[in-house]
Write a protein that binds this ligand. Sequence first.
Ligand SMILES: Cc1ncc(C[n+]2csc(CCOP(=O)(O)OP(=O)(O)O)c2C)c(N)n1
Ligand SMILES: [Mg+2]
Length: 306
Amino acid sequence: METLSIYAPRLVTKRQSFTPGHRACSGCGEALAVKLVMKALGKDVIVVMATGCMEVISTQLPYTAWEVPWIHTLFENAATVATGIESARKALIRKGTPLSKAKIVAIGGDGATFDIGLGAISGAFERGHDFLYICTDNEAYMNTGIQRSSATPFGASTTTQPAGKVSFGQGTWKKNMPAIAVAHDIPYVATACPSYPFDLMNKIKKAVAIEGPTYIHILAVCPTGWRIPADVTIRLGRLAVETGVFPLYEVENGKYTLNYEPPQLRPVIDYLKPQGRFRHLTPELIDKIQQRVSQEYARLKEKVTQ
Ligand SMILES: Cc1ncc(C[n+]2csc(CCOP(=O)(O)OP(=O)(O)O)c2C)c(N)n1
Ligand SMILES: [Mg+2]
């Protein structure tokens, strides 16, 4: 095990087309996710990015962190722009124009994916375009100041639903975005987290090798919005998986596989306690979250055994 931890970094390419020197906060799990995604994708790729933290920190004129063709889109239409590129290329190739077969990848935050861009994503999946959509989910609208989204977990304090005398924070359960992607009957859906870098990179490579629409949902720990120290990002991502809050799984042509199954799930309090956004939660609310997580995990496992 020790030998593996010494040599593991050598198994990852040093070449990266999302370069250092960008302006992400220290400990940003979303920037780490994008870095791993780009290491897995290499250079032969066109990236379409919805506005959000990742765009803002990587493209402050006159600088850019991108060494591949990269296109800014509005908050709501990354999937549409990606599918437009794919269709235009198809048309040009039909006319005999020699064009590269670079992979087309759209990246959006949870606000761009769960909320404002959902219709565009649904249309792109339904029309069957050949592209990968990646959601980097930090569970709120972080770029504009930690406002709640439909990805914000129950009980989390945000600037639009702050915990206090009259509210315990977010009062709704997180929308199940991977399940919505699966419902489109697309060939590949997966969840990933940068705390499991090889799993994440393998899933990216697998997704772009598949023809048709594919979706990867990445949990991106956000020290600023989750109110945690910058050096616990990786550990917190692991706790999300080990408690069952964010299971790592794949759905290939409707078939579910659980990629990491701890012999026993840790209690969710291990994940909630280090985070300032959950600091106010009462034992009753923590129990309620535990029940929900156990229930959802059991539902997922039922699908895996099918
Ligand atoms: C139509 C529209 N509404 C609002 C905004 C302002 N806006 C830009 S980025 C953003 C939040 C992005 O949140 P998310 O997609 O979760 O990405 P994150 O910043 O968290 O990475 C908002 C509200 C916008 N650009 N366009
Ligand atoms: Mg977000």
